[in-house]
Design a protein around this ligand. Sequence first.
Ligand SMILES: Cc1cc2nc3c(=O)[nH]c(=O)nc-3n(C[C@H](O)[C@H](O)[C@H](O)COP(=O)(O)O)c2cc1C
Length: 220
Amino acid sequence: MNRRKFLTTTLAAGATSSTVSAAATPNAKVVRILGVSCSPRKGKTTSASLQICLDAAKAVSPAITTELIELAGRNIGVYDPTDPKAVQGGFADLIPVLSSPDVAAIVVGTPVYFGNMSSLCKAFLDHCMVFRQQSFALSGKVCGVVAVGAGRNGGQELTLQSVQAGLMGQNMIIVGDGRPTSHFGATLINTNDDISKDEFGVSTAKNLGRHVAEVVLRLA
Ligand SMILES: Cc1cc2nc3c(=O)[nH]c(=O)nc-3n(C[C@H](O)[C@H](O)[C@H](O)COP(=O)(O)O)c2cc1C
């Protein structure tokens, strides 16, 4: 059985918590999955949630490598299409990283601010206009979204859908958190700067990472 057939049959058979072994992917091409944390607070709960998601993605196959990118401190300002110099700003060095052909998926994480994404996340999505202008350089990449709020019903789901709307503009392949919940993505609650006790939220982050990885491997 070749690798594509193996992955298709194994994953289609419902291996929801499967780890695709190295033996199953002997000549697998390495694929990268990036996490982009859109929290102004570096290393806090949005980043921690994304890291859980990325670790779950990595656990699916040795063919997968992951990397967390923090936007905090990168000086990504409001996107102003009338100012060509300000268009890219601190975003400039991310352009080749995000559009690199070996990046198969991007998971965007944002804190919930007043029921929606952070202004940094919106600035990030607006700066992604450059990819549309580069013949849709993110087209075909898989994406998922993580939202972290302080409240149980703080707007996480609305936030996920808002970010997904922006990513749809990039012609990306949007996936949710997969089975067993199969909702919009990862929804976590921050309690005193800790998400680890939010058992359900952590499971959505893990399921999202696993689902993103499974879709990436199906497409590989
Ligand atoms: C300006 C602001 C607005 C916020 N609005 C909400 C909100 O509407 N719903 C919610 O659940 N949490 C809200 N929060 C709490 C953050 O979403 C939460 O603390 C989140 O974990 C922060 O992410 P971080 O740890 O990566 O900074 C808000 C926080 C700030 C600073």
